[in-house]
Write a protein that binds this ligand. Structure first.
Ligand code: NIG
Ligand code: FE
Length: 412
C-alpha cells in the first residue's frame, strides 16, 4: 500500500532528524515546507519535500492537497475514554451552583462513574469506548493515552485494562495504557484509606502488572484523594514493576506532587492549574513533561495552566484533552489547540508543537510519532482548504479535519 500527497499548501512539523521533544523558545518554531509532498508506504513515512524538488513517484493512491494543510495527527497524552454512562446530571448540578468538590463529597464524581462501570459488562464498556475513540480519530487524533481509574476494585480495574487491550488490538491508533487505580478512595474504604493503598500496592499493581498491558502508573495527588505520602507509596510500588509515573498533580492544590514526580522520573506531570515557582524549579533539568489540560479548566471554570511561565522558563509543554465524564467530556484536540492559544496565550506554533511532538513524548512514543520524519509512522491530518495553519486554532469549534491517514491507511 502506498499513498502520495501532492501540492500541499503547508506541510507542518517536518524534521530531517528524529526530534523527540521541543522545549522553551524552540516551541515557537514549527518547521514548515510550503508547496510540498509526502510519500507513504505501508505504515511509514518514506519521503517528503517541496514540489520543486519532486520527481514522479508511483503510488496506489494519489491525493491532491491543493490549498490544504498536512500535519502529524494529534497526540493526546491524557485521557480517560474508557468509562460507562455519563454525568450530565452533575453538569446541571454545577450550573445550579454546586462545585466539583461538593458533588464528589455527595457521592458523585469519580465514585459515581466507578459504580456505573462496575455494573457495565466488558463488551458494553468496549462498545461505548471504541465509539468514542473512533470519533476522536475522525477529528485527527492518531495516538492516545487511556487510563483506568473508574474501576477502583481489582475486578473492575482489570476489566478496564482488558478493554484497553482490546482497543489496542482493534484500533489503528497508537494506544498507551496507564494504570490509575489511585483515582479516588472507594466508599467501602472511606475511613480506611490506608487499607485501600495497601490493596493497590499489594494486590492491584501486582495483578495488573501480570497482564503486561501497561508501562505507566498514575495517581490523583490532590486534597481529599491521595496526599504526597500516599502518592509516594504507590509510585514506589509501581517502580518494582517498572511502571513509570504519569501523574495528576496541582489541579486544585499544590501538594508537592511536581517535585515528587520529578524525583520518581515521571514521564509527565499533568494538570498544573495551580503552579508555584518551586514547581518550575523542580521541572528544570528533568526529563518530565508538564502537561496542560485546558478542556478541564474550561469545563470546570478553574484556572488555566500558566503555560507562558513554563515555556518562558525554557521548559517543554504538552497539551491534552483529559477526556473524561466528569471534568472534561470532550476529546476534540482541535478545540484544545484553540484553547491553548486563546486561554494559555500560546502561539499556534507552540500549541501545535504541544499537541504533536510533545504529546507523543508524554506517552513515550515520540521516536515514532508526532512529526513528519522519514521512518516515522504515517499518522497524518489533511485539513479542509485554508489559507494558513493558524486557522486551525483561530476558527475554534470548527472541524478543520477533512481526511486522516492512520497507520498508513486513509480514512475518509
Ligand atoms: O483528570 N482529576 C482527576 N481525574 C479526572 C476527573 C475525573 C472525573 O471527574 O471523573 C481529571 O480531571
Ligand atoms: Fe485526568
Amino acid at each position: 500500500m502506498s499513498i502520495l500527497i501532492t501540492n500541499i499548501k503547508q506541510l507542518l512539523q517536518v524534521h530531517d532528524t528524529n526530534v523527540t521533544i521541543v522545549k522553551g523558545s524552540d516551541m515557537k518554531d514549527l518547521s514548515i515546507l510550503e508547496n510540498a509532498y509526502v510519500y507513504i508506504e505501508h505504515d511509514t513515512i518514506i519521503e517528503f519535500g517541496t514540489m520543486d524538488e519532486y520527481s514522479t513517484i508511483e503510488a496506489e493512491t494519489i491525493i491532491d492537497a491543493t490549498g490544504k494543510i498536512v500535519l502529524p495527527s494529534w497526540c493526546d497524552s491524557h485521557t480517560h475514554i474508557v468509562y460507562a454512562g455519563d454525568r450530565t446530571s452533575e453538569f446541571v448540578d454545577r450550573i445550579n451552583g454546586l462545585s466539583y468538590a461538593e458533588i464528589a463529597n455527595n457521592g458523585g464524581g469519580i465514585l459515581n462513574s466507578a459504580k456505573v462501570l462496575q455494573d457495565t459488562s466488558e463488551d458494553d464498556l468496549y462498545a461505548q469506548s471504541i465509539k468514542r475513540l473512533n470519533e476522536l480519530i475522525a477529528m485527527g487524533t492518531g495516538a492516545i493515552e487511556i487510563k483506568t481509574g473508574y474501576g477502583l476494585t481489582l475486578e473492575a480495574e482489570l476489566k478496564m485494562l482488558r478493554v484497553i487491550k482490546r482497543i489496542k488490538q482493534e484500533s489503528l491508533a497508537k494506544i498507551t495504557p496507564t494504570l490509575l487505580a489511585a483515582h479516588a478512595i472507594p466508599a467501602e474504604f472511606q475511613s480506611k484509606k490506608q487499607d485501600y493503598i495497601t490493596y493497590i500496592t499489594e494486590e492491584l499493581i501486582p495483578k495488573a502488572a501480570e497482564l503486561r498491558i501497561t508501562n505507566y502508573i498514575d495517581v490523583f495527588c490532590e486534597e481529599g484523594y491521595f496526599d504526597i505520602e500516599d502518592t509516594e507509596a504507590i509510585l514506589e510500588a509501581g517502580k518494582k514493576y517498572n511502571l513509570k509515573p504519569k501523574i495528576h498533580v496541582n489541579q486544585f492544590n499544590i501538594l508537592g506532587g511536581v517535585a515528587l514526580g520529578v524525583k520518581y522520573n515521571a514521564l509527565s506531570v499533568d494538570h498544573l492549574e495551580e503552579l508555584g515557582d518551586n514547581d518550575i524549579e523542580a521541572l528544570k533539568g528533568s526529563d518530565t513533561m508538564p502537561v496542560a489540560l485546558p478542556g478541564c479548566s474550561y469545563f470546570l471554570s478553574i484556572p488555566y495552566t500558566p503555560a507562558r511561565k513554563l515555556i518562558d522558563a525554557g521548559l517543554p509543554l504538552a497539551i491534552a484533552t483529559d477526556y473524561n465524564p466528569g471534568s472534561a467530556p470532550s476529546g476534540n484536540m482541535n478545540f484544545i489547540v484553540a484553547a491553548a492559544c486563546v486561554k494559555l496565550k500560546m502561539t499556534p506554533e507552540e500549541a501545535i508543537n504541544a499537541a504533536t511532538i510533545n504529546g507523543a513524548y508524554a506517552m513515550g512514543v515520540s521516536n515514532m510519532y508526532g512529526s513528519i520524519t522519514r521512518g516515522k509512522k504515517a499518522n497524518l491530518i489533511i485539513t479542509k482548504p485554508m489559507n494558513h495553519y493558524s486557522e486551525i486554532p483561530y476558527a475554534f469549534a470548527h472541524n478543520p479535519v477533512e481526511q486522516v491517514i492512520i497507520n498508513g491507511q486513509l480514512l475518509e
